[in-house]
Every structure is written in structure tokens, then in C-alpha cells.
Write a protein that binds this ligand. Structure first.
Ligand SMILES: Nc1ncnc2c1ncn2[C@@H]1O[C@H](COP(=O)(O)OP(=O)(O)O)[C@@H](O)[C@H]1O
Ligand SMILES: [Mg+2]
Length: 293
């Protein structure tokens, strides 16, 4: 999440809440509340159909070039899905579409079974609980680790105001928990600019975690990390699995091997293969376009 986007989110939150008051899901039985009705709370994702993210026949072209081509893909709640594929396959563009940065020309994109993501703006989507980590770390270099995490708390205050606001005990507990998760408890007072590349990446993941996202999209999170940092990141992701749903784009095969259950191979904007890493690595088409012989 970029600082601009974070500030934008804070501003959008009030508007979003005002526009989406909590309501009970009415059935077709004359508006009466039936036994099966669920509370549909804004931000609550309905995963009763077993899917937190659902893409169907999504396509987008840039100047006639189909970057995403009838892409269909879904992810289960708590799943850690790995996405691999050659450069230009459309991995980042797919994340742009899910997060509302890019509008597809066709297709459906759902968060749970009820939230049509194509109807929402980027800031609203972040607010609903889809966190995104871009490849380059974007932390506030002049602020401490603590201040960065504090700033990332879900709050409807503008960034400048929220620097003055005081954490309540639940928020302090959450901050301590996140610090521990991202292995930065001992660096809490350090200025973020002095952290290593890997630590900055963890801090940014921590900033996303402060907002307790339901779905986390991570684009090449271990690029540029040392082997030790990469191993720690694998542990971190495994610890997040189950509590959050994750979509991880990576090229580092040993990292993928450590963390993956299901691997999806993207190529030319659609799914070329899917299965365990061993299965996709044995797939002739995958070897041809990506892994090489
Ligand atoms: N905003 C854009 N305008 C034009 N072309 C784009 C844009 N975004 C991505 N592309 C093109 O779409 C293709 C897929 O890119 P990308 O999603 O970045 O692939 P990956 O992340 O898998 O390497 C590439 O050919 C890229 O040049
Ligand atoms: Mg990319």
C-alpha cells in the first residue's frame, strides 16, 4: 500500500460507511427475513460457497494486446495460492484488476459470493479487506517501525491527525502481535529507513496486517531478499495461512516449494496449468513456456 492510497482510504472510509449502511439480507418472500438470511454487513465477505475470490472469463486489452485473456480462477478462504509464470504473463495485471486499479473489458470478479468488485473503486476495495503488497517496499522511511504500524491502523482519521491519535489497548495488543509476526519486535524504535530490504518488506506486510485484511495479494515479495530473509518470509506466510487468504506471485521456486499447496501457472493472460508444484513442474507445456528444459 502506498502512502497516497492509505490517506485516500482513510478519506473514503466515512463515505463508504455512509453509502453502505448495515442491512439484513432479505429473501424474495416479500421482504420477510427467512431462516436462511444472513447479516450482510459491509466489509463482511460471504464465503459460504467456499470461495473468497472468484474470477470468471476476465479479459483486458492494452492497445489491442490481450494482457488478460478469459482468465478464470478462484481461491478458497484461508488458502495460500501461489502464482507463477513468465514475465508478461499478466500476473501483476491480474492483481491490478482484483484491486480495482485496472478495469477489465469483460468478465466477473467477486469477493466472496456477494461482492462484485468491478463495482468498486480501488480505495473501497482496500477498505473491504483486500490488501496489496507491491514489489518495491513503500514504508515511511523517516518514521519508526512503531509509527509506521500505528499509521496503518484502520482509522477514519486523515494521516496527519492519526499520527496524534492514541492507540487503545486492543490496538496496542494488535500492534505488538504484528511486530512479533513480522520479526521486528526488537526494531520497534528504529527508523524504517535504516532497516534492511527484507525488513522493510516485512514492515510493509505488517502495515497491511494492521488492517486485518481478509485477502492479501503479494507481488514478488522475496525478490532481492537474502536466503535467510527468504526463509523467514516463507515462515511468515505459512503462519498467515488460514487466518488470511493469500495470493503470492513469485519466481523463486524453492520459496514456492516451501509455501505452496496449489500453484497456478499463468501464461498469455490465462491459466496454463494448476496443481501441486510437482504436478505443474512435470507439465510439458509449463516446461516449454516457463521452466525451460
Ligand atoms: N498499463 C498498461 N499499459 C499497457 N500495457 C500493459 C499495462 N500493464 C501491463 N501491460 C502489458 O501487459 C502484459 C502483462 O504484464 P504484467 O501483468 O505486468 O505481467 P507479469 O506481471 O506477469 O510479468 C505485458 O505485456 C505488459 O507490457
Ligand atoms: Mg509482474
Amino acid at each position: 500500500m502506498t502512502p497516497e492510497l492509505m490517506e485516500q482510504n482513510a478519506r473514503h472510509l466515512d463515505a463508504y460507511r455512509a453509502a453502505h449502511p448495515p442491512k439484513t439480507g432479505n429473501t424474495e418472500s416479500g421482504g420477510r427475513t427467512a431462516a436462511f438470511s444472513r447479516l450482510t454487513i459491509p466489509g463482511e465477505v460471504d464465503t459460504t460457497h467456499g470461495r473468497i475470490l472468484y474470477l470468471e472469463d476476465v479479459s483486458v486489452s492494452f492497445d489491442g494486446f490481450k494482457a488478460i485473456n478469459q482468465l478464470s480462477l478462484d481461491i478458497a478462504p484461508g488458502e495460500l495460492r501461489c502464482i507463477i509464470g513468465p514475465n508478461g504473463a499478466g500476473k501483476t495485471t491480474m492483481m491490478d484488476i482484483i484491486t480495482g486499479k485496472t478495469r477489465p473489458d469483460a468478465g466477473r470478479v467477486f469477493f466472496g459470493s456477494t461482492i462484485d468488485l468491478l463495482r468498486y473503486k480501488e480505495a473501497d476495495i482496500a477498505q473491504m479487506g483486500i490488501g496489496r503488497k507491491f514489489q518495491k517496499p513503500t514504508v515511511f522511511e523517516q518514521l519508526t517501525v512503531f509509527e509506521n504500524l500505528e499509521l496503518a491502523l484502520k482509522t477514519n482519521k486523515a494521516v496527519t491527525q492519526s499520527m496524534l491519535f492514541k492507540l487503545d489497548s486492543t490496538q496496542s495488543d494488535r500492534l505488538a502481535e504484528v511486530l512479533h509476526t513480522i520479526h521486528l519486535s526488537e526494531s520497534v524504535s528504529r527508523q524504517a529507513g535504516f532497516l534492511s530490504h527484507g525488513q522493510k518488506q516485512w514492515l510493509e506486510i505488517g502495515m497491511l496486517l494492521m488492517q486485518d485484511p481478509k485477502l492479501l495479494l503479494l507481488d514478488e515479495p522475496v525478490a532481492g531478499m537474502t536466503d535467510e530473509e527468504t526463509e523467514r518470509t516463507a515462515e511468515l506466510f505459512l503462519s498467515l495461512k488460514g487466518k488470511h487468504s493469500l495470493m503470492v506471485v513469485e519466481h523463486d521456486m524453492s520459496f514456492i516449494n516451501t509455501i505452496s499447496d496449489i500453484v497456478t501457472v499463468l501464461c498469455d493472460g490465462s491459466v496454463l496449468a494448476q496443481g501441486t508444484l510437482a504436478q505443474v513442474q512435470a507439465d510439458e507445456r509449463v516446461i516449454e513456456v516457463y521452466l525451460g528444459r
